[in-house]
Write a protein that binds this ligand. Structure first.
Ligand code: ARG
Length: 459
């Protein structure tokens, strides 16, 4: 047991209590951020004359040595310390002597941990943005390459109207663009420095909080010391945004699982992204898509967990908040893994364009366009809807697609039909004429693709 706070205690901590309380097993994940924060603090203490310049330099050199020794593996983070803050401070004192004991002047572990977690999550937001950008770049090229790859669009998982693969993928592009923007918003709101808040009420030392905020590349210091040590809103926002990313990936995964099924065969996942069965030799399973879909549960779990933990905590710091770490780390690592794997999976999968097209041609996806044809020829829409309903019933009874009917069969149902009906309900017309912005027609899609290109070039 190695603690920073033995002075007022007359008894050793019970070993089980110590283990229950300790956080080193997980907060060592932000050793870099802890050391970086301490270097900024020591620099500021020196600049403000709270410690001497020589002491400041000795502390900074010592901290830099610890950082490089941990990085190189020369120094192991020992689990005998309560937390990463204790480990770094004790190692510093061990290495540079009494000067090391001055590092914690005007600081508490409460503002220290608040800082470390912000620095860590801020770095991870940048990593998540990079991964989202890679994923969106893949989606962007899939869109550019598939403007005329016809497929059925669905509602209620029933074939509805024809779209293109570019258009379908474009829907996810919009979702991930919003996810990306959410990351930027969270970054902007959380990028204020809590260091200097002390335990809860600031400090009587003349700290320069603006200087530490600048050194650590924050927009500025936080404005209320009690809020600074007890605010975890930014983690809640982050976990909410991660949950939304996980949900988007899960929906897309579900579609890929359906498209990759024997019944659909719209896509074929690459061998490198599929797995086999131990008993059924024919199987090639979409495990990665299933895992991405399945991992959504633990990300949502993290969000609910932190919301619940935070709801009953009085101001300011309480130990409950230590619970923010494992779940946040897990959710971040999980979502990062999911984005990367998902990107690899969709960039290597093969599209069976013929199957998609055949599927779009069956299932009466052009029924709305057949009704619109009647409307353009003077039939009120509600009547047209009824006529095409009867037409569909006739097709079902005779096992035909609408465009397989002869002109006599068409005319039997309504005399308004003419030879030009075939052109009006072809797949090319159904999709190609839908060119209001946001629709699947190629002219509309090209405008959106140009907007996306601009978006990707500017992030
Ligand atoms: N491990 C603690 C946490 O994660 C660090 C802060 C400890 N502060 C305290 N007053 N015990 O929240």
């Amino acid at each position: 047991m190695a603690q920073l706070w033995g002075g007022r205690f007359t008894k050793e901590t019970d070993q089980l209590v110590y283990n229950f309380n300790a956080s080193i097993s997980f907060d060592q994940k932000f050793y870099k951020q802890d050391i970086r924060g301490s270097i900024a603090h020591a620099t500021m203490l020196g600049e403000c004359g709270i410690i001497t310049k020589e002491e400041s330099k000795a502390i900074i050199d010592g901290l830099e040595g610890i950082l490089s020794d941990v990085e190189s593996g020369k120094l192991e983070i020992s689990s005998k310390y309560e937390d990463i803050h204790s480990f770094v401070e004790a190692t510093l004192i061990d290495r540079i002597g009494d000067t090391g004991k001055k590092l914690h002047t005007g600081r508490s572990r409460n503002d220290q941990v608040a800082l470390d977690m912000r620095l860590y999550t801020r770095d991870e937001i940048v990593n998540i943005k990079d991964l989202l950008k890679e994923l969106m770049t893949t989606l962007h090229s899939l869109m550019k390459d598939n403007l005329d790859t016809y497929m059925p669009g669905f509602t209620h998982l029933q074939k509805a109207q024809p779209v293109t693969f570019a258009h379908h993928v474009g829907a996810y592009m919009e979702m991930f663009k919003r996810d990306f923007d959410r990351m930027c918003d969270i970054y902007d709101r959380m990028n204020y420095c809590p260091l200097g808040a002390g335990a809860l009420a600031g400090t009587t030392y003349p700290l320069d909080r603006k200087l530490t905020a600048d050194l650590l590349e924050f927009y500025g210091p936080t404005l209320n010391s009690m809020d600074s040590v007890s605010d975890r809103d930014y983690l809640i926002e982050l976990l909410s945004a991660l949950s939304t990313i996980a949900m988007h990936l899960a929906r897309f995964s579900e579609e890929i699982i359906i498209w990759n099924s024997n019944e659909y065969q719209f896509v074929e996942l690459d061998d490198a992204y599929s797995t086999g069965s131990s008993i059924m030799p024919q199987k090639k399973n979409p495990d990665i898509a299933e895992l991405v879909r399945g991992k959504t549960g633990r990300v949502y779990g993290a969000l609910i967990s932190i919301l619940t933990t935070m709801k009953g905590i009085p101001l300011a710091y309480n130990k409950d908040m230590q619970e923010d770490k494992e779940l946040t780390f897990d959710a971040i690592d999980t979502v990062k893994g999911c984005i990367a794997l998902f990107n690899g999976m969709i960039s290597t999968m093969k599209l069976n364009k013929d199957n998609m097209k055949i599927s779009a041609m069956n299932g009466f996806t052009n029924a709305t366009d057949a009704a619109d044809y009647l409307v353009k020829n003077g039939v009120p829409f509600r009547d047209a809807h009824g006529i095409i309903g009867r037409l569909v019933l006739y097709c079902i009874d005779n096992n035909k697609a609408i465009d397989e009917l002869s002109i006599d069969e068409f005319k039997e149902i309504s005399p308004v039909f003419n030879e030009d009906i075939y052109d009006a309900i072809s797949l090319e017309t159904c999709v190609g004429k839908r060119n209001t912005i946001g629709a699947p027609g190629p002219d509309a899609m090209k405008q959106v693709i140009a907007i996306n290109e601009e978006f990707l070039n500017n992030i």
